[in-house]
Design a protein around this ligand. Structure first.
Ligand code: GLY
Length: 363
């Protein structure tokens, strides 16, 4: 691998794996996958947007490495994370004569990674898979940590598994071709890591707004690597979100999920709803006397400089609160939030009164 490549290790005993991050890595995918898995057959799962842009390059690289390759291209978009596409992909895997020596390579954003990972977790009672994320959001969050799954009508990510990849390959050059709105959406999750775990990283983001907006290669490499390191630490400490540690990654997400559900999925990109959700959670923490207004102000200023939406959409607040009570992360309908105590530290807080949540939504 090139010298400008960073390796992050996810320590999970026998399920441990490496994340390789750097420029010009897609053409190395074949070698990388053979080294990590020793496979002889790969099924590349990608979507209709990514196939010609990046998927074919991964296929060619795998072929150069002497691997038999099949490709399954699903339609782009959240509605692909459905039982009907799972059914179709299971049948394709059979047609491709995939067996336990085969691997699934997910080349795409979060939808492709979650769906392909779910196929890998279930086909043949589980085969190995490699994540090759091509959106910022997938590179800093969804491709790491083994959460895979699909949606049920009206219930996002309701069916799935924890199935860790055998490796993750992140080519930061692919960020150059991301549509601006999608790129910015990924930046919201990047800001999240600073607030929840790393005040120095938050300051780095404040100091590199131009580099972030201009997608400067060195800034891209640094932010992706740092977010992966932070996520790796959290996942190693609480793989299955059992102790509350992994739950810190859900900062802003209780508000975010309600906004996504009640505005109709697709109205807001996930990161856009996360940005609004983080500001709501921060105001809530302020109202509970956990932080002062300065921390909310800094998040607001940074998210605004990165071009993210900041205001709660025009939806009845009681409707949003009811959606939060139904969230799969609530315990028996009690409102539960990840709230900051200072920059770089958050706590999981249960039983928050609805009137404080209403006030936080009102801004
Ligand atoms: N995206 C949250 C998690 O991986 O736990």
């Amino acid at each position: 691998m090139a010298t400008d490549t960073t390796t992050v290790h996810v320590a999970l005993s026998e399920r441990s794996y490496d994340i390789e991050i750097g420029p010009r890595l897609l053409p190395e995918a074949g070698r990388f996958i053979v080294e990590r898995t020793g496979c002889s057959h790969a099924v590349v799962v990608t979507d209709s947007n990514v196939e010609s842009l990046h998927g074919q390059r991964v296929v060619e690289s795998l072929e150069r490495a002497g691997i038999r390759v099949d490709i399954a291209t699903v339609p782009a978009g959240e509605s692909t994370k459905s039982t009907s596409h799972v059914d179709e992909l299971w049948r394709l895997m059979l047609e491709f004569a995939a067996d336990r020596k085969s691997i699934v390579a997910a080349v795409g954003g979060g939808v492709v990674g979650d769906l392909a990972g779910f196929i890998a977790a279930t086909y043949g009672r589980g085969i190995r898979f490699v994540q090759i994320p091509t959106t910022l959001l997938a590179q800093v969050d969804s491709s790491v940590g083994g959460k895979v799954g699909i949606n049920l009508p009206g219930a996002k990510n309701m069916v799935g598994a924890f199935w860790q990849p055998a490796a993750v390959l992140i080519d930061t050059d692919v960020l150059n071709t991301l549509p601006l709105r999608e790129y910015r959406s990924g930046l919201a999750e990047v800001v999240k890591y600073g607030v929840i775990l790393d005040s120095d990283f938050f300051k780095y983001l404040e100091d590199h707004i131009d580099g972030l907006n201009n997608r400067e290669p060195s800034v891209m490499r640094h932010i992706v690597a740092r977010c992966c390191e932070l996520k790796a630490q959290v996942v190693s400490a609480d793989e299955r979100e059992e102790t509350g540690l992994r739950a810190v990654l859900n900062y802003g997400h209780t508000f975010c999920h309600a906004i996504e559900a009640e505005t109709g999925y697709g109205t807001y990109l996930h990161g856009e709803a996360v940005a609004i959700g983080m500001l709501c959670a921060s105001r809530l923490a302020e109202a509970m006397g956990r932080i002062d207004a300065e921390l909310t102000r800094r998040q607001h200023a940074l998210l605004e400089a990165l071009g993210l939406p900041l205001t709660v959409p025009d939806v009845d607040h009681d409707v949003l609160i009811r959606a939060m009570q139904k969230d799969k992360k609530t315990e028996h309908g009690k409102l539960r939030f990840v709230l900051p105590t200072c920059l770089g530290h958050v706590e999981l807080v249960s039983g928050v009164p609805a009137d404080l949540v209403r006030a936080a939504l009102a801004g």
